[in-house]
Design a protein around this ligand. Structure first.
Ligand code: AKG
Length: 330
């Protein structure tokens, strides 16, 4: 609906409301007549017809989403599947194309990064470098939305000491800190292996691959990404909770109950998912890969000090959901 439509609608509604308000006063007959005329004008107007069409369309969409949600709940009652070995064609057919999350167990276990990277190795190799992290998150429930205010450059060695010894969500080196874009860290990309037929090697670069490194207790609040992606667990153990896009309305309802402020995994893990019909939970260990389809809600908690990668260089990448009204978090 454009601004002119809206103005027309508002004017008509105001006139009706005014009439309604004064109908018990003297001269009411006249006012009731005016009200009827205003209503007739409104029902005749293009803007009102367009509004009705939009409402009908929204209703049809909602009932389609309800049906898809029920179908998904039936289909996925056994939870997120874990697959020990998988050929690319089956991955395409059963998971990537129908947007079904799956854990590819130990699929990255032969990658050099899995056998090399840990906080101690980073400390010995890069301890003297400065890195940007997301810091002082504990003091701000909305640290994710206000990412810019939490960026801080620190000596890597100092941060890694906190990673090894603290249990906290106060600091986390996250994808948005773009570590792999820094020249000193580019060579880390060489330690990241391949999944022939699933990953496109030619796009294994800092634009499509991001690093996460944080202490036990660090977490990422509920969000969905705008493309299909993989979470590759390099070191430590990570818990991920997933909700299908069809649960969006329930998720919004649950959020209204628990409040908007920057939910970490706890409100989601312990409260929200209990009030929502379906959620899947997985724990990833070194070498495991989780496929997170486009639009799937997920939140993450690092159970131990963790290093992981987000990768979007899937061979069939190309779909990008970039609707301006639907970014990030509630
Ligand atoms: O590991 C994390 O903390 C978050 C990863 C994630 O949400 C993603 O890759 O989309």
């Amino acid at each position: 609906m454009n601004t002119a439509d809206l103005n027309h609608l508002v004017e008509s509604l105001v006139e009706i409301a005014l009439t309604d308000d004064s109908k018990l006063r003297p001269g009411a007959d006249d006012l009731i007549l005016r009200k009827r005329k205003a209503l007739a004008r409104l029902q005749d107007s293009d803007s009102f017809r367009r509004l009705l069409e939009q409402a009908e369309f929204a209703e049809r969409l909602r009932s389609l989403m309800d049906a898809l949600r029920e179908k998904w709940r039936d289909f996925s009652s056994q939870g997120i599947q874990r697959i020990a070995s998988l050929d690319p064609e089956s991955f395409m057919r059963h998971y990537l194309l129908p947007s079904v999350p799956v854990v590819l167990e130990a699929a990255a276990s032969e990658w050099p990064a899995i056998n090399k990277w840990c906080p101690q190795w980073f400390q010995e190799t890069f301890g003297n470098q400065d890195v940007e992290i997301s810091d002082h998150r504990r003091s701000d429930m909305n640290y994710e939305a206000r990412f810019g205010a939490h960026r801080r450059t620190v000596p890597f060695g100092e941060f890694l000491e906190r990673v090894k010894s603290d249990r906290t969500n106060d600091c986390y080196l996250v994808a948005q800190n773009k570590l792999l874009e820094k020249p000193a860290f580019e060579r880390l990309l060489d330690d990241i292996g391949d999944l022939p037929g699933i990953l496109d090697r030619s796009r294994k670069d800092a634009e499509s691959v991001q690093l996460w490194l944080g202490p036990a207790g660090s977490s990422t609040p509920i969000h969905h990404d705008l493309t299909d992606g993989l979470i590759v667990q390099v070191d430590g153990r990570k818990r991920v909770i997933l909700l299908s896009p069809y649960e969006t309305e329930e998720l919004q309802r649950a959020y209204r109950n628990i409040g908007r402020a920057g939910p970490g995994i706890e409100p989601i893990g312990s409260t929200t998912t209990r009030t929502i019909g379906w959620s899947g939970e997985v724990v990833l260990g070194p070498g495991d890969i989780l496929f997170v389809p486009l639009g799937w809600w997920h939140c993450v908690e690092n159970l131990t000090p963790c290093i992981s990668l987000s990768m979007q260089n899937l061979v069939s990448a190309g779909y990008r959901w970039d609707h301006p009204d639907f970014r990030g978090y509630f």
